[in-house]
Design a protein around this ligand. Sequence first.
Ligand code: SAH
Length: 420
Amino acid sequence: MTPCQSSSPDLEKPPHSMLRHLTSKIKSTGPISVAEYMREVLTNPVTGYYVRNNMLGPDGDFITSPEISQIFGELLGVWIISEWMGAGRPKQLQLVELGPGKGSLASDILRVFSQLQSVLGEASVSLHLVEVSPTLSQLQAQNLTGNTSQEADSEDEPVYRRGKTTAGLPVCWYRRLDDVPTGFSVFVAHEFFDALPIHKFQRTEKGWREVMVDIDPEKPDHLRFVVTPSPTLASSTLVQADERRDHVEVCAEGGVIIQQLVRRITEDGGAALIADYGHDGTKTDTFRAFKGHQLHDVLASPGTADLTADVDFSYLRRMAGGGVACMGPVTQRTFLKNMGIDTRLQVLLRNCTDPNTRKQLISSYDMLTNRAKMGERFLFFSVLHQSRLAKPKKQDGLSLEKKKIPAQLPVAGFTELSFS
Ligand code: SAH
């Protein structure tokens, strides 16, 4: 998530109910973990930040790559088709997006699917959106189906909204990944894992301790961080024995989601592409808040600002285990360049005479790829079925005819593709 320069009108005044809810919880059961704080603030079904707000774009709190340029989603669309081809062109292709925001990424991906219809052939394509926010799901439905989707009759239905995209593809909305039907799927998660709750741990003279959120005794309407005097279940189980940092953040929920993705990919085939702010197990304190495109105190006026923490890709890789192939993380700049962003930009510029649009195309390209902007802060990571990278077996025995063993398709984005 990147703050942008434009000034934004104040969002609708938040209720103080989130702060009240948190303080009464702390009063009755004691300090809460940072993970519980983050979960409540972001996704509480009544007052959660994601549940109540449309936070994306110049009038919101942050802007993301799919909102900056259509090229971003188009290149991800090409990646998905390339992985579908690498898997042997299965008859069914489920595109599953976790945390689809405004639906712009899915919409750009589906446009590529339409343009490459001849490649997809008879494959039956469907879209599955995992979204916790009713407000955002409405916006996604507007963008993708032109408002023709229908809500489920009861709140308990796993599919809480369904419809058809403007191109006629079935689309369903779920609250949890578990509810998405099984089958060959390509999963996409852009700026999703950074919104999942993290635990925070501090190394002390007495060993690892968990950082918790408590009421400030000096100012009863304020929250503050405290360190637990003794270990918690989380501090004894989530910190690696050979950890070298003095402060670590662990997103256990992200680990669970990766394991669900791994199970699905192993059993039904498919791939996952995860792109986010992140590091490879090196950073310490990355927990922060954004409000109106500015950094904000993470504990001040909870529920009015976005909370985020960098994704630890080394943790995701560890949680994925050895049964799948993992690629990356590579920087967004490397990934997009490997996917051919320069050529795509040239094509768009060649077809565009309007000076303002040309300027906009170039500046959004720069925003996405410049090392000092989003080019190096964002990383791409992928989980693939193990067979995807396996070397084709040599044929046994003598054969009169020399059969050509088909070469594995390289994994687009993670290796430079040459068109020679
Ligand atoms: N991918 C979009 C939006 C990123 S914001 C983009 O890049 O523009 C994070 C998205 O994840 C929002 O759609 C938010 O509502 C959703 N989200 C956050 N936590 C979630 C959770 N636990 N389960 C499902 N969706 C969640």
